[in-house]
Design a protein around this ligand. Structure first.
Ligand code: HEC
Length: 128
């Protein structure tokens, strides 16, 4: 009986340990790696995207690391950044026409809808 009780306890403990395993992976996921490439290509002319390249970007624009560290709702903001200032005039999705009375950046920042998930996954890797 004692053996059964301790086996059951051991099973429960190991389940608990398994469930408690940290969510943050050691290696960035494929999605996050894709997000880094998209960010390097499309966001780094303004934002410091990769903390290892701190002299990229322009100093008036917050770095990705600052955004994810300082803002509790960073995930919501990254998920909706195309409609947040100043991006409405900077970014468009490939299935959208350019705004008739605006001049696009050169090269323009044109994203696929699924790029947003990748950018959010990359931003998550910058959380300390
Ligand atoms: C032409 C410059 C420029 C480019 C390109 C750009 N951003 Fe930004 N972004 C800014 C500036 C400037 C701000 C700060 C706005 C402010 O202070 O309210 C900002 C803010 C943000 C914020 C925070 C928004 C908020 O409301 O708090 C996010 C998230 C963001 N950018 C993501 C991106 C991503 C992802 C890309 C690339 C796909 C990108 N940005 C490309 C200039 C840019």
């Amino acid at each position: 009986m004692r053996l059964i009780t301790s086996s059951i306890t051991a099973i429960f403990i190991s389940m608990f340990v398994f469930v408690q395993k940290p969510v943050k992976a050691q290696e960035p996921s494929e999605l996050a790696q894709k997000g880094k490439i998209i960010a390097d290509q499309n966001c780094s002319r303004c934002h410091v995207v990769d903390p290892a390249k701190k002299f990229s970007g322009i100093s008036s624009t917050p770095s990705f690391q600052i955004l994810v560290t300082a803002l509790d709702d960073w995930e919501k903001r990254f998920s909706s950044f195309p409609s947040r200032l100043p991006h409405q005039s900077i970014v468009r999705f490939e299935d959208e026409e350019p705004e008739p009375n605006t001049t696009e950046l050169r090269p323009p920042v044109i994203l696929k809808h699924e790029d947003i998930d990748a950018l959010v996954a990359y931003a998550r890797t910058l959380l300390k």
